[in-house]
Design a binder for this molecule. Structure first.
Ligand SMILES: [Zn+2]
Length: 105
């Protein structure tokens, strides 16, 4: 019996449960600063998004992030997040690919 537990989290935009590793964490620090947390180690209240721009846009549109973080996320913060999101998307997708790759070269 295999009982390996994969931590699952829900994308705040599309409401899909996904393995934590394949989601991007957005965190609101105790100081109220909202930022993207690729390390998963920043303290504060976190929300998870699929590593897809579509879900980020959806979260923006329906204010899902605001609700998940229990804070008003300002337009300029969304702009910054959008910028960061695009910046990390490639990195994020690359790391996903690397993990899926067979290492028998
Ligand atoms: Zn999603």
């Amino acid at each position: 019996m295999k009982a390996k537990k994969i931590p699952m989290r829900k994308c705040v935009a599309c409401q899909q449960m996904m393995p934590k590793k394949s989601l991007i964490r957005v965190v609101r620090s105790p100081e109220g600063e909202v930022s993207i947390d690729l390390t998963g180690k920043k303290s504060g209240r976190g929300a998870y998004l699929c590593g897809q721009v579509a879900c980020f846009k959806l979260a923006h549109k329906n204010r899902a992030l605001d609700r998940a973080l229990k804070a008003t996320v300002g337009a300029e913060v969304y702009e910054q997040l959008a910028h960061d999101f695009l910046a990390v998307e490639d990195e994020f997708l690359l790391s996903q690919e690397r993990e899926e790759e067979d290492s028998d070269e």
